[in-house]
Design a protein around this ligand. Structure first.
Ligand code: GLP
Length: 237
């Protein structure tokens, strides 16, 4: 696991954008998983700038949301597809037909999860998984639990995650209790993993990842240790 320590949020964002740009330039039709949250916003801003400067082309790339709440549609303002549309897709020359999100409105979420996994597999799996991290060590919405899931699945969110994400809703009660997320296997099968972390509330998780080499299902991010090409870009010392 490679840690890159940056001095500021902007530097972290630029560094992450460089990694993603390099990947797209190497393989224009690359398949990406992309996260939501406050942390990657700067990276998306940097990517939009690089795209305008002609340094990266999104037109052939395939982009999959890492996760989506159950009960929210592509159009929902609090939904994760909407987030990526607002923060990235509408600013770059992406082909929207090649942007995907788990179907949060599906009558059968398990089936929607399976279809999502098949769609990723059908394109040869992820070339790069770009991730944030939850304060409890979740990646995507792979929450701490007795066991982890290999493929995309429907997860019941922990109280800690509901509280952390309540800021995007009118109140905590409005945060959906379930979500669809790509699984730990989907992530670990990606050829490259890039994770960004910033802010006091992530300090404990990043220090633990740095110091503790054990693999624990109650700390899902620890499983990234199994992967040969992981870069953690962080402002946390
Ligand atoms: C949510 C998302 C994660 C993201 C996390 C951290 O829980 N499901 O994919 O990594 O938030 O978000 P933030 O960067 O806002 O702290």
């Amino acid at each position: 696991m490679n840690f890159i320590l940056t001095d500021s949020y902007d530097q972290m964002s630029e560094t992450a954008a460089e990694f993603l740009t390099e990947e797209l330039n190497r393989k224009p039709s690359a398949v990406f998983a992309l996260p939501t949250g406050s942390t990657p916003i700067g990276t998306y801003r940097a990517l939009a700038r690089l795209n305008k400067e002609g340094k990266v082309d999104f037109s052939q790339g395939n982009f999959f949301n890492v996760d989506e709440y159950v009960g929210l549609s592509r159009e929902s303002e609090q939904g994760y597809y909407h987030f990526l549309y607002e923060n990235l897709y509408r600013h770059v020359n992406v082909d929207l037909e090649k942007t995907h999100v788990p179907d949060g409105m599906a009558e059968n979420p398990e089936q929607a999860a399976e279809q999502y996994e098949q769609m990723i597999d059908g394109l040869g799996g992820l070339d790069a998984a770009f991730l944030g991290i939850g304060r409890n060590g979740h990646i995507g919405f792979n929450e701490p639990a007795d066991s982890l899931h290999y493929a995309t699945y429907c997860v019941t969110l922990t109280q800690s995650t509901i509280e952390a994400n309540a800021r995007f809703f009118r109140n905590e009660g409005e945060v959906p209790k379930q979500a669809l997320t790509i699984g730990m296997g989907t992530i670990l099968k990606a050829k490259k993993i890039i994770l960004v972390a910033d802010g006091d509330d992530k300090e404990e998780a990043i220090h633990r990842l740095w110091e503790d080499t054990s693999l624990r299902t109650d700390f899902p991010v620890s499983f990234l240790r199994l992967h040969p090409d992981v870069t953690i870009i962080t402002t946390i010392k």
